[in-house]
Design a protein around this ligand. Structure first.
Ligand SMILES: C[S@@+](CC[C@H](N)C(=O)[O-])C[C@H]1O[C@@H](n2cnc3c(N)ncnc32)[C@H](O)[C@@H]1O
Length: 204
């Protein structure tokens, strides 16, 4: 099934899901190990698991999302965790902040514009010397038809396509990997996610 991934879609998506608490994404945990805390923008933060995890470790966090419902839940969870964070409701495909961040990260955000255009747009917000961390749904291959519960084709990417966005004179690719992981419990309740993970550092 094809979606438009607009504001209505995401508001509806979050209507009955905000009570779920999720652990921070394991790639974020790996990719920030040993980093000095700085400013971070979570682009498409949902209910804020990753943003809050970094705030608990001393980062100055901004979480941005198109869904007010998700942001309300994120703010409540931050309050329970007793951490400060700034939550911004915005359509990131048209948002033009003047601020730049030491880390811009996005986990599985798929908006209404093509996925690679979204990554190119948010890459502008990385401060010189800062990093962009992208965790996306890995492309299944041309012959694959999406099943229920799987991301639709247009929300998927390859590591090769993501890394091709970055000009070597301005960016260094630090991580480029494809991985599978199982989430969500045992047996029929579990599902396998196939992920594309890229971390790039802005040189200038
Ligand atoms: C699949 S959820 C992932 C949420 C969270 N990052 C996580 O990993 O659990 C995708 C998120 O991107 C947000 N999103 C989609 N399009 C957006 C847009 N144009 N601007 C801002 N956020 C958007 C959705 O509201 C949703 O919270």
């Amino acid at each position: 099934m094809t979606h438009t991934f607009d504001k209505d879609y995401w508001q509806h998506h979050w209507d009955d899901r905000t009570s779920h608490t999720v652990a921070a994404n394991p790639y974020l945990v790996e990719e920030t190990a040993g980093s000095t805390p700085g400013s971070v923008l979570d682009a498409g933060c949902g209910t804020g698991a990753e943003a809050i995890w970094l705030a608990e470790r001393g980062w100055q966090v901004t979480g941005a999302d198109i869904s007010a419902t998700a942001l309300d839940a994120a703010a409540k969870q931050a309050e329970s965790a007793r951490v400060d964070a700034t939550w911004i409701e915005a359509d990131l495909t048209t948002w033009n902040p003047t601020e730049r961040w030491d880390l811009v990260m996005t986990h599985y955000a798929h908006p209404s514009i093509p996925q690679l255009d979204f990554y190119r747009h948010i890459a502008q917000w990385v401060a010189p010397g800062g990093s962009l961390l992208i965790v996306g749904h890995l492309h299944h291959g041309a012959q694959h038809h999406s099943h229920d519960g799987e991301p639709p084709h247009e929300a998927t990417v390859t590591v090769k396509d993501i890394t091709a966005l970055f000009d070597a004179s301005s960016w260094r690719i630090d991580t480029a990997l494809e991985r599978s992981r199982t989430v969500g419990g045992i047996g029929v309740h579990s599902k396998t996610l196939r992920d594309a993970v890229v971390r790039a550092t802005r040189l200038i």
